[in-house]
Design a protein around this ligand. Structure first.
Ligand SMILES: *Cc1c(COP(=O)(O)O)cnc(C)c1O
Length: 324
């Protein structure tokens, strides 16, 4: 597997230029006063699929040879990678099948179907869904798209970090939530090329720490996978993204699900922004580790907004202990 480079990100930017407008990077005085530092919110939550992953999907499909597009793609996902692939496949007329772990976020499953993709539920968690997707891809001769071991996804996602460093060249830290690690790997690639003094700090849910523990131990590990933040819910590290993170990542923090819930509320109240749990994890890191970010100019990636109905109803009633 080839490690993507900054030129792959620049190429992706050319591909995406006519497909997606840049997303805003905004500052909110109420938010600054809640967290006690200057914070910028990168609004990937307003992408057409409600999450940053669409950058990667569009870049991947645009670069696929026509015969591969004709054979179709198969992905496995808890939702946002699925929407990204379905959106991108529909644009080029490729068939798309998504294997989701059983009982997915119903909003995400419905959105994938609405984009014209086939949804199959298989397995209790992402690992089993992945295994099933692999078998299906072999049977059908379709291209299996990994959630993270895909250079074109990382390169596409990297365009959001080019935007961040153009919008705020003086940012000291960019905080990125991690599941498979494509976002954090992309941030590392772009920061090391265009903003080498900027720290990239990754965040994962403490209840699903596989990427965190893989990075800390320097080897790919498998861990329990129990967070409610499905965008962060992976049970093992991924080789490609871990390799890139090992070279450039400054730090990796864990946050509890109740702090993520508090961060969702803070984003709604202070930034008028609906974030799904994974999309609020960067903000949760600021709430959980204020001393780590004191005096720094911080950009937090608000990576997605695809909260389920129950989750949406709960955002305005965070657990009292967690309310910031
Ligand atoms: C997928 C996802 C993440 C994690 O991104 P990775 O590239 O898998 O590490 C974070 N937030 C949201 C909303 C996501 O959908």
């Amino acid at each position: 597997m080839r490690t993507p480079s900054i030129s792959d990100v620049l190429h992706a930017r050319r591909v995406l230029d006519s497909l997606l407008p840049p997303t805003p990077l905004r500052s909110y005085s109420a938010l600054n006063s809640t967290v006690g530092i200057d914070v910028l919110v990168k609004h990937e939550n307003i992408q057409p699929t409600g999450a940053f992953k669409v950058r990667g999907g569009l870049n991947l499909l645009a670069g696929m040879p026509a015969d591969e597009q004709r054979r179709g793609i198969i992905g496995y996902s808890t939702g946002n990678h699925a929407q990204s692939l379905a959106y991108a496949a529909a644009r080029v007329g490729a068939a798309c099948t998504i294997v989701m772990p059983e009982n997915p976020n119903p909003c995400k499953a419905a959105a994938v179907r609405a984009l014209g993709a086939e949804v199959i539920e298989a397995g209790a968690a992402l690992g089993e869904a992945c295994e099933y997707a692999g078998k299906l891809a072999a049977e059908r001769g379709a291209r299996l798209v990994s959630a993270a071991n895909e250079p074109a996804l990382i390169a596409g996602v990297g365009t959001s970090y080019l935007e961040v460093f153009e919008q705020a060249p003086d940012v000291d830290v960019v905080v990125v939530p991690v599941g498979g690690g494509s976002g954090a790997a992309a941030a590392c690639l772009v920061a090391s090329a265009v903003a080498p003094d900027c720290e990239v700090v990754a965040v994962q849910a403490a209840a699903s720490p596989a990427a965190h523990d893989s990075w800390r131990s320097g080897e790919i590990v498998t861990r329990p996978n129990q967070t409610a933040a499905e965008g962060l819910a992976t049970g093992s590290g991924f080789e490609l993204t871990q390799g890139i993170m090992r070279q450039h990542l400054s730090d990796f923090l864990l946050v509890d699900d109740d702090v993520i819930a508090a961060a969702q509320w803070v984003l709604l109240r202070d930034a008028h922004t609906v974030a799904e749990r994974a999309g609020a994890a960067s903000m949760a890191a600021l709430l959980a580790y204020p001393q780590r970010f004191a005096g720094r100019r911080v950009a937090v990636m608000c990576t997605g907004s695809n909260a389920s109905e129950d989750e949406l109803r709960g955002i305005a009633q965070p657990p009292v202990a967690a309310a910031a």
